[in-house]
Design a protein around this ligand. Structure first.
Ligand SMILES: Nc1nc2c(ncn2[C@@H]2O[C@H](COP(=O)(O)OP(=O)(O)OP(=O)(O)O)[C@@H](O)[C@H]2O)c(=O)[nH]1
Ligand SMILES: [Zn+2]
Length: 183
């Protein structure tokens, strides 16, 4: 990441909104934002393949679900946060992942400028690509600040996105057992 560019951009932006960039509260803000970007956009420098490639033998091929994975992302249209929970289920085909790797995959793609549908798809596609399970299903529920603090201003609205790959693509029974286990 280019700290200098971020700092210059923040100064210009603050001037643009009519702020005095030399007042005490703002003098360190460009540096703070450059440091913050490393956290909230850190996924841009990460490759989920590095940890998704660490698989081990499955005990059986029953469904595995990791639910309520908290995530924070930033909408690419307004650069405002959207945040919520990710729920992931997969049916192994001989190999499984360490549980933490599902949450790491969510973080890798959440920490980028995003839209929710794309985030959902990137998580599902990478799990298919590296683990090669029989199927994976990803459900994301999030609140978008661009819907609440500006624009249409509807606090409390929850956006849900769902994507199934492999056996979850069109098997209603399997999808329903995922929903059942989330309750
Ligand atoms: N599909 C989708 N839309 C999103 C997401 N995040 C934000 N948006 C929407 O992106 C749209 C951008 O619409 P535009 O009309 O280009 O921008 P805008 O004038 O700021 O839109 P308003 O929010 O309606 O004021 C808005 O409707 C947002 O609600 C997302 O993750 N997925
Ligand atoms: Zn937005």
């Amino acid at each position: 990441m280019d700290d200098k560019k971020i700092e210059e951009a923040v100064k210009l932006f603050l001037e643009g909104i009519g702020e005095d960039i030399h007042r005490e509260g703002l003098t360190d803000t460009p540096k703070r934002i450059a440091a913050m970007c490393k956290e909230i956009f850190g996924g841009l420098n990460q490759d989920a393949g590095e940890f998704l490639s660490r698989t081990f033998n499955a005990v059986n091929n029953e469904i595995i679900i990791e639910k309520d994975i908290t995530f924070y992302s930033v909408c690419e249209h307004h650069l405002l946060p959207f945040y919520g929970k990710a729920h992931i289920g997969y049916i192994p085909d001989g190999r499984v992942l360490g549980l933490s790797k599902l949450a790491r995959t969510v973080d890798t793609y959440a920490r980028r400028p995003q839209i929710q549908e794309q985030l959902t798809a990137q998580i599902a596609d990478d799990i298919m690509k590296y683990l090669k399970p029989k199927g994976v299903i990803v459900l994301l529920e999030a609140e978008h600040m661009c819907m609440t603090m500006r624009g249409v201003k509807k606090p409390g609205t929850l956006t849900t996105t769902l994507l199934g790959r492999g056996v979850f693509e069109n098997n209603t029974e399997l999808r329903n057992s995922f929903f059942q286990l989330l309750k």
